[in-house]
Design a binder for this molecule. Structure first.
Ligand code: SAM
Length: 218
């Protein structure tokens, strides 16, 4: 059942996530939709940000980062714990949960962290200039928002922007077709590289969770 606004924060339970410099305490909502818990694809992306492959020494310090469909905000919080300036975005009713997690993990943030509303397909002028890095975890399963999501990825990126996307491969319903359509859409605008499992976190990787790196086609 969907909960609205501050309701998401009324009853929460905590998940501890170890990261390089400490432990994040992420509050998940007891009542709500898919935004209210940490998904496995988020952990794969969050942990990849801390690998030697992606982040040799202090690579994220002072980088401008925007996360889309952030849910609990865990991926953005890890980026902010590595010194990045992060804006975690989601639908308006989810923003209070991200803010709650910012408050509970303030001591881990060495860059900066804000939460904001961004519905895919809508105006992104508040997020300009284009960030260095855009992060997206497990957001490829809404048919109606597939094209708006790709349009937002285009609006938020230029030739200097890296986009990292994780998604869990799903075999039920129309999910395989959605993933295929998503790949077709991104290939029109981006050079797409799949990061192999051996370059991901040694623990947090899985054959059914894909990690894509996108760069704008010139
Ligand atoms: C499956 S959850 C993933 C949450 C988080 N990224 C994670 O992996 O733990 C998908 C997220 O996308 C957000 N979302 C869905 N449709 C959206 C839209 N049209 N615009 C912005 N965010 C949207 C949801 O609110 C939710 O937080």
């Amino acid at each position: 059942m969907a909960a609205k606004g501050a309701d998401l924060c009324d009853r929460t339970f905590e998940r501890e996530i170890e990261c390089k410099d400490g432990i994040l305490k992420i509050k998940q909502a007891e009542v709500g939709d898919e935004s209210c818990v940490v998904w496995d694809a988020a952990l794969v992306l969050a942990k990849y940000l801390q690998t030697e492959h992606f982040c040799p020494t202090k690579h994220l310090v002072n980088k401008q980062v925007v996360e889309l469909g952030a849910g609990t905000g865990v991926v953005g919080l890890i980026a902010a714990s590595c010194g990045a300036h992060v804006c975690c975005t989601d639908l308006p009713e989810v923003v209070p949960l991200i803010e709650l997690n910012k408050t509970s993990n303030q001591y881990m943030i060495t860059g900066t962290f804000t939460a904001a509303t961004l519905k895919w397909g809508q105006d992104v002028s508040a997020f300009q200039p284009c960030p260095d890095l855009v992060l997206v975890a497990d957001c490829i399963y809404y048919e109606e928002s597939l094209e708006p999501l790709v349009s937002t990825l285009c609006d938020l990126s230029n030739e200097n922007t890296t986009i990292l996307i994780t998604y869990e491969e799903r075999t039920t319903g129309n999910k395989p077709q959605l993933e295929k359509k998503f790949h077709q859409l991104i290939k029109e605008h981006f050079i797409v590289e799949e990061i192999p499992e051996e370059q991901q976190d040694p623990v947090y990787h899985s054959p059914d969770i894909h990690l894509l790196k996108l760069k704008r086609k010139l």
